[in-house]
Design a protein around this ligand. Structure first.
Ligand code: HEC
Ligand code: HEC
Length: 449
């Protein structure tokens, strides 16, 4: 008896210890695989690392082997020349007309992990096609070597229409935007622009691809941006049930609940003041930045004494927040538009995101702090988070439970009918990976300095 007791104790200690370590790691990644039932994209196309039901002990993974993902190439250029119902004409810069060669090159780059310092990170590692080209599994992004990024990964669906790019609107063209993640130390971590260009030039697979797409010009700062922008400009997802009903005049395209939800959206909820719907099309954004209080709460908020951490399906533990903080890097503050303008009145202002495909892109807000669409609606219903700079447009709404449900149903009707075509096309994209003749730090033919 004595003997058994002791051996149980001996086993228990390492188990508890490992559980705590695991919990800390999970917290550091902030990968609380929260209740994502609302964001279930599984129903739309099947494959993907969907963790619906992860909170229950009998959870079974839905992830598919890479080999089981069936890719199907699409004529992406069609989504630029005739965007799906509900979207306006796609703005294309005069100096970068979209061509099939550029799209194909951009797509190859988007999925190429060699575009990061240690060949681990492509754009698609964060902008995951089957997760709405966002990331459902972590609140804020994680870059190379586990380095934390302070913001949530937004979708790149419909990024062709963005006039203010990033949560704080600091970029204005897709062509230029790509250099932020390519160079950020906590994203793809390339040490310089020239490094990226030289690396692409040294990969034989890219021989003549730039020259063919850009009238003889090889990889440059400009052409890399132009190619990636051309691919992203095709990822236009609309023709949703809402579009079929509202613009297509098909009364049966949505349920009565969705129609009621639309009334709340455009009426009592006054959501459409910021998430605008135009005549003939809807981008669901005013392209402005507002203070809803999310950012204020994040940078000023009091932390809970304990934090609930999920260790495995159905297994939770409460950890002292102070313990977690003692082993975590201090979180970087986020002041929103202030970081761009340095105007104190711009603190905690973030760009109004489009709501198209929002059911696919949980968790929500610039910091991923709201896990479900219902959480978001309840946040607005209570009047956001009061602070001295709160937008005057955010106020308590007094929505009833039914109105909240209706509004959520409406938001779910915004998932594009062509999403699965774009995702299947992404699955067909070549995944750029290191091979024996690549300029990789781990190989003998690495770039010389
Ligand atoms: C480490 C994860 C990560 C990687 C890798 C990454 N992104 Fe992002 N992406 C983000 C995050 C986080 C944001 C929001 C950043 C912000 O607002 O400050 C973002 C924002 C964007 C946006 C703006 C969307 C919007 O709504 O404003 C686009 C477009 C984009 N990324 C494209 C790309 C491309 C192209 C690449 C590859 C060259 C890439 N991303 C690589 C995480 C990533
Ligand atoms: C004052 C303008 C404004 C109003 C009114 C407004 N929103 Fe927003 N909405 C925003 C901004 C700004 C954000 C981004 C906040 C952030 O990132 O911290 C946002 C984010 C969201 C998101 C998260 C999207 C994502 O991809 O993360 C949803 C969903 C949303 N709003 C729905 C609604 C609904 C429903 C209403 C009406 C009840 C509403 N909004 C009213 C400006 C507004």
């Amino acid at each position: 008896m004595h003997f058994i007791n002791r051996s149980i104790k001996n086993i228990k200690v390492p188990i508890i210890f490992s559980a705590i370590i695991l919990a800390l790691v999970l917290y550091a990644l902030r990968g609380f695989t929260a209740d994502l039932a609302e964001s279930t994209n599984h129903a739309v196309f099947g494959p993907g690392d969907n963790k619906e039901g992860y909170e229950s002990a009998d959870y079974q993974t839905n992830s598919l082997d890479l080999q089981q993902r069936i890719g199907k190439e699409a004529r992406l250029i069609d989504f630029v020349s005739s965007p799906p119902l509900g979207l306006p004409p796609v703005p294309v810069p005069a100096d970068n007309p979209v061509t099939t060669k550029k799209i194909q090159l951009g797509r190859k780059l988007f999925f190429d992990r060699r575009l990061s310092i240690n060949d681990t990170f492509s754009c698609a590692i964060c902008h995951i096609p089957e997760q709405g080209f966002a990331n459902n599994e972590i609140k804020t992004a994680v870059g190379v070597e586990g380095r934390t990024v302070k913001r949530n990964t937004p979708t790149v669906f419909n990024s062709a229409y963005l006039e203010k790019i990033f949560h704080d609107g600091r970029e204005s063209t897709l062509e230029q935007q790509v250099w932020s993640p390519l160079l950020a130390r906590n994203e793809m971590a390339n040490p310089s622009i020239g490094y990226v260009i030289n690396k692409i030039m040294a990969i034989r697979e890219y021989d003549n691809l730039f020259e063919g797409a850009f009238e003889g010009r090889g990889p440059t700062m400009e052409t890399i941006g132009m190619a990636l922008a051309s691919y992203q400009r095709t990822l236009n997802a609309a023709n949703s049930p809402f579009d079929l009903w509202y613009y297509g005049k098909d009364e049966d395209a949505v349920s009565e609940q969705v129609k009621r939800g639309f009334k709340v959206f455009a009426g009592k909820g006054s959501c459409s003041v910021c998430h605008q719907i135009q005549e003939g099309f809807a981008l669901f954004s005013d392209d402005q930045l507002h203070n809803t209080g999310v950012g204020f709460e994040d940078s000023m908020g009091v932390e809970p004494e304990t934090t609930r951490v999920q260790l495995a399906p159905g297994v939770y533990t409460e950890l002292d927040t102070s313990v977690i903080k003692s082993v975590s890097r201090p979180r970087e503050n986020d002041l929103g538009l202030y970081e761009v303008t340095e105007d104190p009145n711009d603190r905690w202002k973030y760009r109004t995101p489009s709501l198209r495909n929002v059911a696919l892109t949980a968790p929500y807000m610039h910091n991923g702090s709201l896990l479900t669409l219902r959480d978001v609606i309840e946040f607005y219903n209570q009047g956001g988070i009061p602070n001295e700079l709160l937008s005057p447009l955010i106020r308590p709404l007094n929505l009833t439970d039914t109105e909240i449900d209706d509004l959520a149903a409406f938001l779910k009707s915004l998932t594009g009918g062509n999403v699965s075509i774009l995702v299947e096309d992404a699955f067909a994209a070549p995944i750029g990976d290191i091979s024996a003749d690549d300029p990789n730090w781990a190989h003998e033919n690495k770039l010389e300095f």
